[in-house]
Design a protein around this ligand. Structure first.
Ligand SMILES: Nc1ncnc2c1ncn2[C@@H]1O[C@H](COP(=O)(O)OP(=O)(O)OP(=O)(O)O)[C@@H](O)[C@H]1O
Length: 448
């Protein structure tokens, strides 16, 4: 883990930094928010920022949001300064680290941040085991790999597994969700930009390609990339160098590319939305992850894995699933795949006080449309009568917001279930928010 400390290392914050280093963290330090942001733009591999509360924390948070950094921030300040702690959390800090620092607390914070990183691969199904064996076999090569599968099947965890098995394991693994970045900014996100390259380019920033130098770059939801940018991506792959936006010379990069998508790229090629030459370049090796409903033998192992994980995280003691709870899980369609199962187990752990999680403690819904619930049965068959008299726009809004709620705020997942692009979903949410609707917050570190 790499931590950026913003503040002086002279006092107690320095003690906290040394404790973090003794627990294996790598440290960067900056005295001011400006110099911290500079480091972040050029380093782009920082997992956590610890910021002294004497610095302008709200400004740091605003700046991070503005530049689309999702790095977690922990505020550090005096133990008895309750007002500072409240202000820090209100400003968006993940935690408040009281000073003088407590070694155990620092260890707990580091553990909490690293649990945000995707967990290890848990696999039991024979088809998945065969897929892992193939992934392991190709991991050593430098070939590009195209990972396909429905949303939530584990494409990113598989990509991390490949990186970990490769000769590049010690270099960075960088993931970029192409759908989560506004189209106009994706080029600079990929290739970086020079200061003043466009309005808003307040300083030079390295792109994900440079950040992943000698390591692996995962281009997630690649099908969402604009066709003009696909041309630039192809050139970067062929020539092994990138042009920063506003830059005047190509910069050599050594990056292994993994691409992931839940769309049918061949259909996108036919529709003229995806370049065939880029497809062939990326699809040197193809790995397809089956949906969870097609590998039921993974369900019990994964379910217990998530129960153990969240029980440990919440310090709620050992828990296990009853036979009837397990039967319920086996019976469910899991449209949201492993992500949906993980969320369901997280909820079950939080809501079950005892050691045994029973069927009733597992809240999974087969329906996806609550406010028009009367109109859609548990099996998903529409009952049109109760929809009559409602405006199309209202029904659509209810459908979108309830689906988002069902996905615990996860935009990517909700867009997949709704069958619309994540961009279209974001636009709708923006409109609803402007009209005063309450929008479910994004969890799991997913950008709003
Ligand atoms: N085999 C697995 N073992 C353990 N955890 C898994 C496994 N597969 C998926 N997960 C977990 O499920 C969640 C979703 O996985 P991941 O983000 O890799 O899916 P994805 O296919 O990339 O989704 P999307 O297409 O929406 O980006 C993550 O929290 C991940 O850690």
């Amino acid at each position: 883990m790499r931590i950026l400390i913003i503040g002086s290392l002279q006092g107690e914050l320095g003690v906290a930094a040394r404790i973090a280093a003794s627990r294996g963290a790598m440290l960067d330090q900056a005295e001011t928010i400006e110099s911290g942001m500079r480091l972040l733009r050029l380093e782009a591999r920082i997992d956590l920022i610890i910021c002294d509360v004497s610095r302008d924390l709200p400004r740091l948070m605003a700046q991070l949001a503005n530049e689309r950094f999702t790095t977690a921030v922990v505020a550090a300040g005096a133990q008895d300064d309750e007002a500072a702690a409240v202000a820090a959390i209100r400003a968006g800090a993940r935690e408040y680290l009281p000073l003088p620092p407590d070694a155990e607390l620092i260890a707990a914070i580091l553990a909490a941040v690293s649990t945000d990183l995707p967990s290890a691969l848990v696999v039991r199904d024979p088809a998945m085991l065969a897929l892992l064996a193939k992934a392991e076999q190709v991991a050593q090569s430098t070939a590009s790999i195209l990972i396909t599968g429905e949303s939530g099947t584990g494409k990113e965890v598989l990509a991390r597994f490949i990186h970990a098995q490769s000769r590049r394991a010690r270099a960075p693994f960088i993931a970029l969700n192409c759908a989560a970045i506004p189209e106009a900014l994706l080029e600079s996100e990929l290739f970086g930009h020079e200061k003043g390259a466009f309005s808003g380019a307040i300083a030079r920033r390295v792109g994900k390609f440079e950040a992943a130098h000698q390591g692996t770059l995962l281009l997630d939801e690649l099908a969402e990339m604009d066709i003009r940018l696909q041309v630039k991506l192809l050139r970067a792959l062929q020539e092994r160098c990138v042009d920063r936006v506003g830059g005047d010379r190509p910069i050599p990069v050594d990056v292994r590319i993994l691409a992931a998508t839940n769309r049918d790229l061949l259909a996108a090629i036919d529709a003229g939305r995806f370049r065939e030459d880029l497809f062939f370049r990326l699809n040197v090796v193809a790995l397809h992850i089956p949906p969870l409903r097609e590998r039921p033998s993974d369900i019990p192992t994964l379910a217990q894995h998530f129960v153990d994980h969240y029980a440990a995280l919440n310090e709620s003691g050992d828990k296990r699933l009853s036979e009837s709870a397990m039967a319920r899980l086996m019976d469910h369609a899991w449209r949201g795949n492993v992500r949906e199962l993980e969320n369901a187990m997280h909820r079950a752990v939080l809501l079950t006080p005892g050691a045994l999680i029973d069927a009733d403690d597992v809240s999974i819904e087969t329906r996806h449309v609550a406010p028009v619930a009367n109109a859609v049965s548990a099996r998903g068959e529409p009952g049109m009568a109760s929809l009559v008299g409602r405006r199309v726009g209202d029904v659509e809004q209810a459908l979108i917001l309830e689906t988002l709620q069902h996905c615990l705020g996860n935009r990517t997942h909700a867009a997949t279930i709704l069958g619309i692009s994540i961009r279209a979903l974001r636009n709708k949410l923006r409109d609803y928010a402007a009209q005063g609707a309450v929008i479910p917050a994004a969890h799991n570190g997913v950008a709003a």
